[in-house]
Design a protein around this ligand. Sequence first.
Ligand code: ATP
Ligand code: MG
Length: 771
Amino acid sequence: AEPAADPLLAGLNERQLAAVQSRAEALLIVAGAGSGKTSVLTRRIARLLRDRELWPSQILAITFTNKAAAEMRERVGHLIGHEAAQGMWISTFHSACVRILRREAQQFGMTQAFTIYDSADSRALIKRIVKELQADTLGLTVSAVAGKISRLKNELIDADAFARQYNQNDPTEVMFLEIFRRYTAELTRANALDFDDLIGQTVYLFRAFPQVAALYQRRFRHVLVDEYQDTNHAQYALIRELTRGVRPEHVPADTRIETDATGAIPPAKLTVVGDSDQSIYAFRGADIRNIVEFERDFPGAEVILLEQNYRSTQTILDAANAVIANNFDRIAKNLFTAVGAGDKITGFTGYSQHDEAQFVADEITTLHDGGMPYNQMAVFYRTNAQTRALEEILIRSAIPYRVLGGTKFYERAEIKDVMAYLVAIANPADALAVRRILNTPKRGIGPATETALAMHADELGGTLRDALSDAAALKLGPKVTGAMLELARILDEASATIETALVPDIVTAILEKTKYLELLRASRDPQDEARAENVEELVAVTREFQKNNPEGRLVDFLTEVALVAAADDLDDSSGTVSLMTLHTAKGLEYDAVFITGVEENLLPHQMSASEPGGPAEERRLFYVGITRARKKLHLSLAMTRSTFGDTQVAAPSRYLQEIPAELIDWRDSPGMGMRGGSGQRQLGSSKPSFSYGTSLPPGKPKTEWANRVTNTVRDNGDLTLEVGDRIRHDDFGEGRVTGVTQNGAKSIAEVQFDSAGRKRLLIKISPIVKL
Ligand code: ATP
Ligand code: MG
């Protein structure tokens, strides 16, 4: 058919067209940001369905977040009708694996209601084990252990496999193995899987039970993966398992799929799209090699490159291209767009993070007044700690916003309490959940009783819940025994209903019987009021869930909650500005983007310095941030930043000087004086000191320049000024101090300069000397 006449192909460029229509067994689409990878994937699915090449149930599409999955489902539905798109599996790796594991749980000795431990749960468990074994004396912190276990699991190395390869002469490794073993045993005992297990267990399941694997290898005839650059080894192994076809001896008897001459079911088709420049999850074991070696693993694979960007202005792309060009070891690609140059990038240096936040708020207001809706704007940052200053100023400026990820709703103590009840009800074996609620709300079951219970559980060869029901055998006082039996009764009653009861009813019953909400409401602690509201919000969440999933039961609800990824929010962000980390921003796009804290130690992050490839990965993160912007990009930094009450002088990020100077328009900060470069004074300009109107001087080696950069930020130490003092400023010349606001490292002096007028200066970092 004539492409232009086909609504599914209309508007695509030649290469996109080839990608949508390709009939290759394996197809790799590599392309830069905003070139239509996700769009092409979506249209490819739509075409397969519309042309009846596949049933919806034969498609498995993997996205990076649940939100992205929902969007893709929506778009496919929009293209070919929602009816025709039903029954497709569009989900994250984790969601797809949970679905498979819940169905097949008995195969590997778990019950269908297994609990999913999020990273906080895992850490809580590791913390206990580390403490029991006093492993911290060997330098094995909870973070170090959690990180190592996760990395190993992502490489499909479990405790047994590790035991075959570790260094027996290294006491730290010996200890680590012991922790790993106990951690694994505790998870099994609790009928629980951690996040990494979801993928790993599915791979084990498929490898150990070829007949089970065959069901899925037969079912999914086309597997499509977005953001392929961020798949780790375990995820890659899963893809391989799913696309290996079925050997004749494992072909299910009732199969309607055509077998080949040997009686085997041929491998499923595979389409993956990715951009190695956007790989930002190495810390989670993501492996760019997966892209690079795709052709080797799938011989005969077709590779399509897309180069035209449809998202951003040329100015934004030029900045992105210039930054990423500094990474070695990459396939050079240059993005171009037909959109035109567009506005310059706006740069801003505040003297504090509050000043920076004020700039963001002011810009948002200006853009909004100019007609840009709030939901077309986003503010990115490297670490969650940066949100506080931003939120304060946004609230004060009456700008509606929402934080994606961050201190998540489900991480609040009161929500975890109620969730622990639900988990304990669904999965009685889950000791972590039962421990959490033993004395919440307070019912007189102290640590000693908890220990007694745990020992009794061991004697019984059962769970903590079993011990609880048998509390009378502990022969403790009548009051505490009564409390334990009462809790056991409440849990048992609820457990008996989980197959039939509606989720909101289970939650409400629990809140009533435990008086959890009642106690919060009666409390005099003002915080408890907010906590009560949060718990009510959770009840509302269950109602919403039940409305969307009339057949959904408690286990389904728990699955949904466990899988809510960072980028995912319960309702859409219409009418609000979005705040999120740079990691969360992947795959998204906004008319206006603010990247804040473009400073050394934040971007690149301090921790990346010690890791091989760290700074390169941070650069990719910055690249991801830049390429989210359609029209307006803002880069901002602060000259001082306080964390945990400690104010530090911040230096501009090294990545800033990688952007050609003419692309950025540095804004004035009211009253901020900074020193200029040699002979090029720009009074009051907020441009960070290292690149004042000059780009890298020709012929100068970069390192020398970089050294200069880091040395130019002044730290005046404890310099104190008083009204009446005379000072000299590098840019503004001499002047008299007319006012001082003492505020520790953030003390400000008001100075009447002899010729440069009146300025407010941050004493600690301004290029001034007392005369
Ligand atoms: P990222 O690497 O950030 O995930 P991507 O390659 O997946 O980006 P998309 O999100 O699919 O890119 O597309 C970027 C934007 O360009 C979207 O708004 C999309 O609708 C638009 N777009 C893609 N292809 C075309 C086209 N042929 N014509 C017009 N707009 C297009
Ligand atoms: Mg995409």
